[in-house]
Design a protein around this ligand. Structure first.
Ligand code: PNS
Length: 172
C-alpha cells in the first residue's frame, strides 16, 4: 500500500513556474490561477540570483507570493539558485510553465526553452497566455510607474501595492 501511494504521488503532474517576481503582478497571478487548474501541483519558484538588480530581496518576493497564493492548495512558493533544470529535477517536475504576453516575449522565451531542452530533454516547457487585460503588464513597468508616482492599484495585489509604497516612499 505504501509503495502504491509513493508511486501514485510520483505520477503527479508537477509544474514549475519560475521567474524573478520582482514583484508579483496581477498578470503573474492570472497565470498561477490557470496553471493551478491544469497541473496537480504548481511550484512558483523565485530566482534567488537572477542577473537583474532586484528591488525586493528574494525573501520579500517569496513572502508576497505566499500571501497572494494561499487560497490555492496545490500551489507552493519556493526559491531556487543555479540552473532551473537542476531545480526542476529535485522537485520531480516534468514541466516548466511560462507566460507569453505578446509576440515580443517569444524570442527570449524560445531561447530559454530551447536551452533548457538542450540541458534536460525530458523537461517540457509549456506556455500559457494571461488574460488580455494583463498582456501589457510587467514587473519592470510596475516599478517604473510606482517610482514615478502613478497608482499601481489595478496592476498588483494590495499587499504588493503597500510594499511598493513602503519601498519607494510614495503616497499613491
Ligand atoms: O521573470 P524572469 O526574469 O523572466 O525569469 C527568468 C528566469 C529566472 C526564469 C531565468 O532567468 C532562469 O531560469 N534562471 C535560472 C538560471 C538558468 O537556468 N539559466 C539557463 C536557462 S536560460
Amino acid at each position: 500500500m505504501a509503495s502504491r501511494m509513493a508511486s501514485d504521488s510520483s505520477k503527479q503532474n508537477i509544474a514549475i513556474y519560475p521567474g524573478s517576481f520582482d514583484p508579483v503582478t496581477k498578470g503573474h497571478l492570472d497565470l498561477i490561477a490557470r496553471g493551478a487548474q491544469i497541473f496537480d501541483r504548481l511550484v512558483v519558484a523565485v530566482a534567488q540570483n537572477s542577473e537583474k538588480d532586484p528591488l525586493f530581496a528574494a525573501t520579500e518576493r517569496v513572502q508576497m507570493l505566499e500571501a497572494v497564493t494561499y487560497e490555492w492548495k496545490n500551489v507552493e512558493v519556493d526559491v531556487f539558485e543555479g540552473l532551473l533544470v537542476d531545480y526542476a529535477r529535485t522537485r520531480n517536475a516534468r514541466v516548466i510553465l511560462r507566460g507569453i504576453r505578446a509576440v515580443s516575449d517569444y524570442e527570449y522565451e524560445l531561447q530559454m526553452a530551447m536551452m533548457n531542452r538542450k540541458i534536460e530533454p525530458q523537461l517540457e516547457t509549456v506556455f500559457m497566455l494571461p488574460a488580455e487585460a494583463y498582456s501589457y503588464l510587467s514587473s519592470r513597468m510596475v516599478k517604473e510607474v510606482a517610482r514615478l508616482g502613478a497608482s499601481v492599484k489595478d496592476l498588483v495585489p494590495g499587499i504588493v501595492e503597500e510594499r511598493l509604497k513602503e519601498k519607494l516612499g510614495k503616497r499613491n
